[in-house]
Design a protein around this ligand. Structure first.
Ligand code: ATP
Length: 432
């Protein structure tokens, strides 16, 4: 019986040579002929055990190599498939969450037996509803998630908690000092008297028997240095500076504004001496038509909490409030009543001398050549401090563009035009 073997792979050179010598392949066969013979499953009749052995060994070796390659490929494919499965699952989960209806956030007013509770929606409406078993350890005052249709409580909402408040506000120890403020001499003097002095020397006020204001209100156009003044007074008194933006309190933290105000004041007391700077205070404290909408009630609640907090501490406590607004015309007078932010300080547009002083501040570290700051201050009629700073930066860019290491009068002139043009574009009529 002839041995029948199937060779499916090209043999290596030595095997080919050997097989030629044994007459399995003809001596003058080309590589291509051998390949053809092998590829198309050749029947080999051989009684030669040695030849058969060689063939078998080389076939086994090739098969082993192939096996290694196949198992590597298999491993890679398995990894790829696991990755794709994971991707699919996460996309599927996301799709499912996108399809599921949003939940309402409400506050628990009262808890009753048998998993029932009265909950209050942000619009003030109250409902008596069931509490799911998944919503564990719920107490009055907690925030919870409600199913939109049934209004049943489906879980606890961990919103702003004590200690979390720091995540939502800007708290720092500012480095800005009085020297970095140009002009505003009278305003700085007043702030020093009503904020700095009571924080630094409270005994003076105790001796004389007068109460300094709990806070002040800085009002005037944007970019005139209100924030800068508040930071400078925090720096000079080494106070913690907490910055809150009125519009964010009411828009970003819907239903949470009042709670946040309470926690900000608690934090301020724990970090005293502290200056709480409330920018855009008009967003909270503006006279408004009582439309009775839920948004309106929410702003009112936050505002009431603010007034309660201001009323709740003593004027010589180490916490001072500085409010800032560009819209004093719409401000609710309750916030500026005696005992609250009752010192109003107007921070107006700088006059020529003020502009000159601000220019000095912002050009202090600039490399100037033949620059007449006084003349530039005249050119900057109508500019705010922020615009003067922008013009200084722009003039530096013009110098860099022309490959110079110094700034000239001409750079400033072009920069002033640019800033004026951009401002006119954004706020037509800003420069009269
Ligand atoms: P907004 O109402 O927009 O908050 P603001 O009145 O609080 O404005 P700031 O943020 O204090 O204005 O000013 C912006 C920048 O303008 C400051 O960081 C500062 O560089 C510059 N600036 C404004 N006024 C002065 C000034 N009097 N002296 C020096 N720099 C000033």
């Amino acid at each position: 019986m002839p041995n029948v073997k199937t060779i499916k792979h090209q043999t290596d050179q030595e095997t080919t040579k050997y097989l030629k010598s044994k007459g399995v392949f003809e001596v003058n066969m080309t590589k291509e002929d051998i390949a053809k013979k092998i590829v198309y499953s050749e029947m080999i009749d051989s009684h030669d055990v040695e030849t058969e052995n060689v063939l078998l060994t080389s076939t086994v070796e090739r098969l082993q190599e192939e096996n290694i390659i196949i198992s590597k490929t298999l491993n890679r494919l398995e990894e790829e498939s696991a990755m794709l499965r994971e991707l699919f699952n996460s996309a599927n989960n996301e799709l499912n969450s996108l399809k599921s209806p949003a939940l309402l956030v409400a506050e628990v007013s009262n808890i009753y037996e048998d998993n029932k509770a009265i909950i209050k929606l942000p619009n003030g409406n109250k409902f008596f509803c069931f509490v799911s078993k998944d919503a564990k350890n719920i107490r009055s005052g907690d925030h919870v998630f409600l199913d939109q249709k049934s209004l049943n409580v489906v879980g606890r909402a961990n919103l702003v908690n004590n200690g979390d408040v720091e995540k939502y506000i800007n708290m720092e120890k500012p480095t800005q000092n009085w020297k970095e403020i140009g002009g505003l001499v009278d305003e700085i003097q007043e702030i020093k008297e009503v904020i700095e002095l009571p924080l630094k020397k409270p005994h003076l006020f105790e001796k004389v028997g007068i109460e300094p204001p709990k806070g002040i209100l800085l009002h005037g156009p944007p970019g005139t240095g209100k924030t800068l003044l508040a930071k400078a007074v925090a720096h000079s008194t080494n106070a913690t500076f907490i910055e809150v933006v009125g519009s964010e309190l009411v828009q970003k933290f819907i239903g949470e504004g009042a709670k946040l105000v309470k926690e900000i004041f608690a934090l301020a007391r724990s970090k005293a001496p502290t200056i709480i700077f409330i920018d855009e205070i008009d967003a909270l404290a503006s006279q408004r038509m009582d439309t009775g909408t839920s948004g309106e009630r929410e702003v009112n609640r936050t505002f009431m909490q603010l007034l309660a907090e201001i009323d709740g501490f003593k004027s010589l406590d180490n916490v001072k409030i500085i409010g800032a607004t560009n819209r004093i015309d719409i401000l609710d007078s309750a916030i500026i009543r005696p005992g609250r932010l009752d010192r109003l300080i107007e921070i107006g547009l700088p006059n020529e001398e003020g502009r000159h002083e601000i220019l000095k501040v912002h050009t202090k570290r600039m490399n100037l050549q033949k620059v007449n700051l006084k003349k530039l201050a005249t050119e900057m009629e109508g500019f705010t401090g922020a615009e003067i700073k922008a013009a200084c930066t722009e003039s530096g860019f013009f110098a860099i563009r022309e490959d110079r290491d110094h700034v000239t009068q001409e750079d400033f002139i072009v920069a002033i035009e640019k800033v004026r043009f951009e401002e006119e574009d954004e706020h037509p009529g800003a420069f009269g």
